[in-house]
Structure formats: C-alpha cells, structure tokens
Design a binder for this molecule. Structure first.
Ligand SMILES: NC(=O)c1ccc[n+]([C@@H]2O[C@H](COP(=O)([O-])OP(=O)(O)OC[C@H]3O[C@@H](n4cnc5c(N)ncnc54)[C@H](OP(=O)(O)O)[C@@H]3O)[C@@H](O)[C@H]2O)c1
Length: 409
C-alpha cells in the first residue's frame, strides 16, 4: 500500500461538491502529510478547479464507465473519495476496482438501493480482504450513525443498556442539482419501494412482524414528550435509519452489540410558534413533493425552475446554513442520555464536505486506530468503519459532537 503514489484521490473533483472537497484538502492538509490528487472525466474542467483553488496536485482522468481507466487510478491510491453522482450511474466501476485493488473507499451517496446492490456484490470479498468500502459519509448519514454509536456506547459504559435512540434534526441551507438528479434517478429506476424497507441494508435474514412494526418510518406529525416539542417525518430518515440499523447488525455480528431489540428513529424538530400546524404542513408538503416529482409531466414542468446538475446554493446560503442533530437515548427504564451534533454551514455542502474529507483522512492517516483493527472490512458504515477516529477528527475540525452523561440516582 505505501508503494502507491497517493494517499487519497478525490474523484468527481469538478462537480459542485467535488470542488469544495479540493478546497477542503488544500486548506486542511500539508503536502508532507498527505499525498493527494484530483480526478474525474474531463481534464480541462479538473485543471480549471486546480488553478482556481491554487494547488499543485496531479490531475488524473477516467470516465466512470471506462473500467480500465478507473482501474489505473484506483491502483495508484490507498483511498478513493468520490462525489461523482448519481452513484448508481457513476459509482459501480469505482467500487468494483476498489474491491479488486483493496483500496479503501468513501462517498456521499444516499441511494440506498445502490448500497444494497454493493453489499450483495462486494461485502464478503471486502470483509475477507480488510477493505473498507464506506458509502453515506455525508450529511446522510454521519450525524445519525455516529451520534447513535456515541449514545449507545456511553450508556453501556454506565452499565445501563440503551433500548432506543431518537434523533431530531433541524437544518437550514440549499439544494444541489446533483442531489435532485440522484433522487430522480432513484425514482425512475423504481427504487422507492425498496427504500421503504426498514431493514434494506441489514444482512439477509428474517424479521418478525413485531420488529418490522417497531421500525416503521414515521408518517405523521406528533408531540414528542422526550423532546418536549412537535416533530414531523424527516425527509432523510429513510436513508439514515437504514444505515444506523446496518451498524447495529454488523456490531451484533462482531459481538459488539447495541443490545437486544434496539431501535432507532429520526424526525424533524419543529419550533414554536404554531409548531403543531407547521409539523402538519411540512408532512403534507413532503408527501406532495415526492408524489409530484414522480409524475413525468409534473417533473418536466418543474425541471426548468429546479437546480440543474453542476449547480447549487450561493456562497452566502452555504455559509449562513447550519444543522443540528439532537439525540435522546433511553437507557434502562428511566435514564435519558442526550447527544448533540451541530455545525455552521449548509448541511448538503459545507457539513457534507467536512464529514466526507475527514472520513477519507481517517482512513488515510489513522490505519492503526480504526475500529476493528486493520483487518476489518466490508461494505461498512461511518460508525463501524470509522467510529471514534472520525468523531475526534470532526471535533478537531470545529464541529460540536457531544454526549451528556445523565445523573444516576
Ligand atoms: N450525502 C449528502 O448529504 C449529499 C450532499 C450533497 C450531494 N450529495 C450527492 O453527491 C453527488 C454529487 O452532487 P453534486 O451537487 O456535486 O453534483 P454535480 O455538481 O452534478 O457533480 C456530479 C459529478 O459527477 C461527474 N460525472 C458526471 N458524469 C460522469 C461520468 N460519466 N464519469 C465521471 N464523472 C462523471 C461530474 O463531472 P463533470 O464535472 O465532468 O460534469 C461531476 O464531477 C450527488 O449524487 C448528490 O446526491 C450528497
């Protein structure tokens, strides 16, 4: 591995998020610490990004559909970070090559049917070889997955097993054209029904009716007594909950269980005034939008006013955006363990870039400290593949990642 030319290659570096990963690496790494290069399908666009950011790094060119070109890049690096999405369209050759060349991998997909296909195709081989393939290292699903991991482990340290974690999101920011393109591709490939399966990303097995009922996605707004606030279904919940459940299942297999019958759910937190009314409006609005964009006629009407691939929010919107993920774990019968992950900056861009780049740097710079030691591999999750190493790096990068110890009587 150390004979490879690069520690990290940033693939998709000319995209809207990709450019920001180049800026992040330029600002946060030193050349003597990390050997990195940028890559994508179009040399001119990549060189323009390199010059705009003002870094001296190699530019590597490979179309995502050309397996030989992709192999040539993957063979030269220890870690691939990719932002080229829709991942179901541009990610397959890259992951196939990472598994063959034993190159660690991180991305920011939220396309869970595609992740399911990766598990079926590659989990066993990557696990045997100790290759860490870690999708969903952006805003979906790092706060959900790492936050739950921290709450559960803190409860276990206190000797009171955690039965349930709930996460409550608030966020302000904009939408990328690339994100909408990925969502539309998913709808068009009939992925929605699959996305609704609560255990889509778990190892194949049977789940009892009671388990399925306990893990259904929330459909309606309600008042949450633990949070003392109104809540509504969170639009990323169908992605994040599947990742957290995969983490729980993998930990279970490795005898590092979260606990019997552990459950995880997440919600949007709605602020007063008129919180109940707003929660109802948001729930109806989300259902309406998802229903509408699945209709080709409605979509073609909306298309011209929606952001296109390659575009996204303004610098001002990205800088002024923020997110907060409050977590409440129920430990034993009475104790509540509380957590908070929060940061300034648009979640789909600033936070996603921080999560993703720090995930790649965790793989590149902390090989020995990674959870499970150097042999752990497979189609992993942020918690199972990066765990405390990523937590520490995010804190060091200025993100609030806290767990509050409850007072025990
Ligand atoms: N997890 C999260 O929270 C989160 C947040 C934001 C975005 N995302 C996801 O990240 C992805 C990218 O978003 P974005 O806003 O950056 O989109 P974007 O600006 O449209 O970027 C797409 C990238 O894919 C590249 N690409 C397109 N066709 C290709 C091909 N045949 N071979 C190689 N590369 C190709 C593009 O290259 P060119 O520059 O040459 O066109 C570009 O670099 C999307 O899937 C989105 O859903 C996730």
């Amino acid at each position: 591995m150390s004979e490879r030319s690069y520690d990290v290659v940033l693939y998709g570096a000319s995209g809207f998020v990709g450019k920001q990963t180049v800026q992040y690496f330029a600002n946060h790494t030193a050349p003597e610490q990390v050997r990195w290069a940028i890559a994508g399908r179009n040399r001119q666009r990549l060189e323009a990004v390199r010059d705009e950011v003002g870094v001296t790094v190699d530019v590597l060119v490979a179309d995502s559909q050309d397996q030989q070109e992709i192999d040539a890049i993957v063979a030269q690096t220890r870690v691939i970070l990719t932002t080229a999405g829709p991942f179901a369209l541009y990610g397959n050759a890259l992951v196939d090559a990472c598994v063959r060349f034993k190159t660690h991998y991180v991305d920011i997909t939220g396309e869970t049917p595609w992740v399911r296909a990766l598990i079926d195709r590659h989990h066993e081989q990557a696990a045997t070889d100790g290759t860490r393939i870690i999708p969903c290292c952006g805003f979906d699903s790092v706060p959900s997955d790492l936050g739950t991991y921290l709450i559960v482990r803190r409860s276990q340290e206190l000797g009171i097993p955690c039965k349930q974690v709930k996460a409550y999101f608030q966020a302000a920011g904009g939408f990328n054209g690339g994100t909408l393109a990925s969502a539309f591709n998913l709808y068009d490939s009939q992925g929605l029904a699959q996305m609704n399966e609560p255990f889509l990303l778990n190892p194949i097995g049977n789940h009892t009716q009671a388990e399925l009922d306990r893990n259904r996605d929330p459909q309606l707004p309600s008042f949450d007594p633990d949070l003392n606030a109104w809540i509504a279904p969170f639009f990323m919940g169908a992605v994040n909950t599947r990742i957290v459940r995969r983490s729980a299942a993998l930990f279970e297999d490795w005898q590092e269980s979260y606990g019997a019958d552990f459950t995880y759910q997440e919600y949007l937190k709605v602020e007063e005034p008129l919180a109940g009314l707003k929660a109802a409006g948001m729930t109806a609005g989300l259902a309406l939008f998802i229903g509408a964009v699945q209709q080709p006629q409605v979509r073609s009407l909306l298309q011209p006013i929606l952001p296109q691939p390659g575009s996204g929010p303004s610098e001002q919107t990205m800088n002024e955006g923020w997110f907060s993920c409050e977590l409440i774990g129920t430990a034993g019968d009475r104790h509540k363990v509380r957590g908070l992950i929060r940061d300034q900056g648009d979640p789909g861009n600033r936070a996603t870039v921080k999560f993703l780049c720090e995930a790649a740097l965790s793989l590149a710079l902390h090989t020995v400290e990674l959870p499970g030691g150097q042999t752990r591999g497979g189609i992993l999750t942020p918690a199972t593949g990066l765990g405390d190493v990523l937590v520490q790096r995010l804190r060091h990068a200025g993100m609030t990642v806290e767990v509050e110890v409850p007072t025990l009587e």
